[in-house]
Write a protein that binds this ligand. Sequence first.
Ligand code: HEC
Length: 259
Amino acid sequence: MNSTLNKIFAALLIAVFIAGLSNFISGQIMAPQVLEEDAVPIEGAGAVSGSVAAKPKGPEPILDLIATADVARGEKLSKACTACHSFDKGGPNRVGPNQWELVGSDKGSKAGFNYSDAMKNKGGKWDYAELNKFLYKPKDYVPGTKMTYVGMKKPEDRAAIIAWLRTLSDNPVPLPSETDIAAEKADLSPDPEPAAPEVTEEEGSDSASTNEQTTEQEESPAEEEDSIIAPEPEPVKDMTDSGEDQKEAPSIEETEPAH
Ligand code: HEC
């Protein structure tokens, strides 16, 4: 009984010793590296990189998607609109105007519907490009509109519903032409030029200097790291470096009485 307890105690002691020793050894071999930057950029955390900042706000161009868009899916998506809009020929105006023959019509032109001033004054026709911008976020594109719908954020969704809206007509307007598609892209695509200078010359000269920096810095952070990780391996150090520790300890005591 007693000897079994002794064995268990001895085993535990050895286990603790080995754990401490391996911690010490691995600490000596593998100096932990503190990264200056996150290895994987975290979106929305602190500094924003150029590519994220250049991300376009607002509606993406969709005219090139309309010809091949899933019209049946567009019809399903219109469930989000039927609380306020009817879509059938001769259907009633509800909270919002009837939508038959909407594509290609003048804005705010459905007879018998009381549009907001914002919509009445917007001007122009509901062509594909205008519908895309409006449906992305109605309140942004027509500030003051009575349409309280929040908007459709996915480009494929907007393309699908607009492709379906086009079919709600005795004589659907033609699909977007190549010229229409190019014009929309020029209108909505973010200017690629601001991003370009970052990648070209500066990048080349920068990389040379950052290389120098990293080699210089490699030494100093290593020292800092030592002081950071010092508390952990201390128990083991006490055993090995006890001589030094003892020398230091009295020196503190000596100075204290002097005060
Ligand atoms: C909460 C009610 C509501 C919902 C939901 C809604 N709308 Fe509207 N919509 C309106 C109102 C109200 C107007 C009139 C806006 C004005 O006069 O400012 C309008 C206007 C419009 C117009 C302009 C019509 C014209 O004759 O000029 C279009 C296009 C439109 N809506 C499309 C949609 C589509 C597509 C959906 C679904 C994705 C949708 N709406 C969802 C209330 C709604």
